[in-house]
Design a protein around this ligand. Structure first.
Ligand code: HEC
Ligand code: HEC
Ligand code: HEC
Ligand code: HEC
Length: 310
């Protein structure tokens, strides 16, 4: 798991504890700025996000009886104020929950990369940016914690840290209390299904007005990248807790991932390696190996139907 993807939601104390490790990896702990900071330049993406459960749940999640039961089980009173819940349910600024999960929950807390991610150089337009400037801009903003859409493995692993309940700071005892009080674990979280419905924002050039669908080839790669992140997260998660429901959910993820990897291992040997030995390094090798490939022939039948997108 990339540090940037979980430093964001964790409390300051934990960020301090792993500070040395972060410095060693050349990454910085970053703070979220909030989606309104992105609005000026990313209006279509904001409009999509406002229609999602991520955004809407801010006003509703804490009010349900289920939320109250879970809070009671872990000895907390207020969902928006409990750092445990803040980790996954909110965009936290200065210790306060300001929104539900938002832009920076998926693209990385922006305090370190906000000024550089679209700075093409003094007076230089995007299309005229020199190649070396672009490479440095991307490298610098990545080091500062930005998760670019092109970093498919990191994007997918980051979804799993919340949706797989595999977050680094979450211990087995807490997981068991939450699950027993009714917290969902959703073993059916699959990247294509969950990213190409309400959450989808793909206003790519040249047609920046259209929220474009993925091509079958893109869908097939995203499907595999999602399962690669899922098998790694689920395998790690099994070390955390032996709660039967948690174990069942993680084993279901592993089984689904193995079926997907099996379907392509004939043409992509990295898939077989990952299935046999699930590790982040093997998953990254697989995701690099499938770049540009059309796997829709091999995984076509497994791709979720459009009507099932969340
Ligand atoms: C001053 C304008 C500006 C602000 C403010 C801004 N961005 Fe951007 N951003 C851009 C431009 C221009 C691009 C490149 C064009 C594009 O892909 O939309 C870009 C690209 C991106 C990309 C990568 C797109 C790709 O194709 O790889 C992401 C992700 C992103 N921005 C997220 C954010 C987030 C999150 C915020 C708020 C924290 C933010 N931006 C604030 C102007 C801005
Ligand atoms: C590891 C991340 C994580 C933590 C920590 C976490 N949640 Fe959740 N929670 C989720 C995710 C993800 C979902 C949505 C599950 C899905 O449908 O995929 C969710 C769903 C819920 C729901 C159901 C919402 C609905 O619409 O039915 C409630 C209630 C809830 N969480 C309460 C809490 C409370 C209270 C806390 C703190 C004690 C908490 N959660 C901590 C990730 C987390
Ligand atoms: C749930 C995670 C998630 C959230 C929340 C999210 N993004 Fe993204 N974003 C992605 C993914 C994944 C992609 C890659 C596109 C795809 O594969 O669907 C992406 C792509 C992008 C792109 C490139 C495509 C485009 O539309 O130009 C930009 C820019 C961007 N996001 C900005 C934002 C901004 C601004 C916000 C907040 C309003 C935001 N994102 C919220 C996950 C997210
Ligand atoms: C910071 C934690 C976090 C991250 C990262 C995250 N989510 Fe979520 N997501 C949540 C929570 C919490 C909910 C449940 C909100 C509620 O119902 O109260 C949720 C709900 C959703 C829903 C609505 C599900 C439904 O049943 O309607 C979709 C779709 C979704 N997320 C997709 C994604 C995708 C795709 C990614 C990665 C690209 C992602 N999320 C990353 C926390 C997160």
């Amino acid at each position: 798991m990339r540090f940037a993807s979980f430093v964001r939601p964790l409390g300051v104390a934990f960020a301090f504890l792993i500070g040395l490790t972060i410095a060693g990896a050349g990454l910085q702990a970053a703070d979220a700025l909030g989606p309104e900071k992105c609005e000026k330049c990313h209006k279509p993406e904001i409009a999509v996000w406002q229609g999602t459960k991520h955004a809407k749940s801010f006003k509703t999640a804490h009010k349900s009886d289920k939320a109250k039961a879970i809070l009671k089980a872990v000895g907390e009173k207020r969902m928006r104020r409990a750092s445990l819940c803040q980790t996954c349910h909110y965009t936290v600024i200065g210790g306060k929950a300001k929104e539900g999960p938002s832009c920076e929950s998926c693209h990385g807390a922006a305090s370190g990369w906000f000024e550089i991610h679209n700075n093409y150089g003094e007076g230089v337009k995007r299309e005229d940016e020199p190649a070396d400037h672009k490479a440095k801009r991307i490298a610098d903003s990545t080091a500062a914690g930005m998760i670019w859409p092109s970093m498919t493995y990191d994007v997918a692993a980051n979804c799993m840290s919340c949706h797989g309940m595999t977050q680094a700071g979450l211990d087995g005892g807490t997981i068991a209390k939450m699950i027993d009080a009714g917290h969902p674990i959703n073993p059916g979280f699959e990247l294509v299904t969950y990213s190409q419905g309400s959450v989808k924002h793909r206003f790519y050039p040249p047609d920046v007005k259209t929220n474009a669908d993925m091509t079958p080839a893109e869908l097939s790669r995203f499907f595999i990248a999602g399962h690669a992140a899922s098998i790694v997260a689920a395998t790690e998660a099994l070390k955390k807790s032996d709660h039967p429901k948690y174990v069942e959910a993680q084993n279901a993820r592993i089984a689904a991932a193995k079926a997907a990897l099996d379907a392509i291992k004939g043409s992509v040997p990295e898939a077989g390696t990952l299935a046999g030995s699930p590790s982040e390094a093997n998953a990254r090798k697989l995701v690099s190996a499938i770049a540009g490939k059309d796997l829709s022939g091999a995984v076509g039948g497994m791709l979720p139907a459009k009507g099932s997108y969340k």
